[in-house]
Design a protein around this ligand. Sequence first.
Ligand SMILES: Nc1ncnc2c1ncn2[C@@H]1O[C@H](COP(=O)(O)OP(=O)(O)OP(=O)(O)O)[C@@H](O)[C@H]1O
Length: 350
Amino acid sequence: MSGGVDSSVAALLLKQQGHDIVGAYMKNWINEDNVIGHCPWMQDIEDARAVCDRLGIEFRVVNLMQDYRERVVSYLLDGYKRGLTPNPDIMCNREIKFGVFRQWARDHGFDAVATGHYARRTELADGQFALIEGADKNKDQSYFLTLLNQAQLADARFPIGHIPKPDLRRLAAEAGLPTAAKKDSQGICFIGEVKMQDFLRQYVPDQPGPILRATDGREVGRHPGLHYYTIGQRKGIGVPSNTDNQAYVVVGKRADDNALLVAFDAADAPGLFQTEVRVHSLQWNASPVTSVQRLEGRVRYRDPRVAIEFIPEGGNTALVRFEEPQRGLASGQILAIHDGERLLGGGVYI
Ligand SMILES: Nc1ncnc2c1ncn2[C@@H]1O[C@H](COP(=O)(O)OP(=O)(O)OP(=O)(O)O)[C@@H](O)[C@H]1O
């Protein structure tokens, strides 16, 4: 329980269904390094505790700070240092919530870990479990669960996945839950309201270099470090285009000369749109796709599913062709592979 309304209602529903449950808050990160910004974790703990009191269930705080630092924060910082755009939310689900925390739960005699994710899990005829998008398409969070495997899915429960958000808030209010009107949280769990750039500034040394126009190689400015930028980014480049109705967008990062490549944001900007991409570290929760297939993919959270041709290349890698060109696919980000509403697995953009 994060102290938010979604996991509060997840607990409420499980209680009503007669399950024997305990509420747990994972302490993953506190502002121990004085990273600027506000992380309301103490308030979140109190809110989660108040909901448990209301439901008459036990509440525990589980300290996973060391695991989180080793498995999520290091992955995040290593990735940025290597010029990638990591996805800590997806990694947190695989490594912490349904990794270390799942193990903690098993060690303490629990059968399953439930969260307030908008996603569904159904049992198939063969006893396997399918991961399905949340019913409320505007809130669907299945993308963040893309890299779970079948064993993790077997132990996972998503009690609110079939409920539209407005109904969920009403259920919370009717049950008198103290979090019924609490604002939805935003972004990465541990950084709170700190902007990623401010966070990186504390941990990754600046490495200034040129900003080059991709079309003619002309230097149009300087950047403090390639890790502050990601392909497709328009805001915060700091270089005016000096051309009416034209804004610069990041179209590439070149390690050789530490150059940030920009171009006017348009369909023909070199490198901005891709008709195909390679993925590595494929992870399936369904049977692995081993032959060429027409499927669907979600290239990032909140994007609609798009038609893809999936071409396995062995060694957990594949070539993915898009029917429509896709904008700003950053190395290190995750492609979710779908068969309709069902998620089959995911891979990391090369
Ligand atoms: N610190 C935490 N301790 C325990 N569970 C957590 C924690 N952070 C997130 N979760 C779980 O993961 C789910 C999804 O997390 P996310 O940060 O996306 O929150 P959310 O979708 O806003 O949900 P909520 O309204 O419950 O905060 C939560 O519903 C909760 O079950």
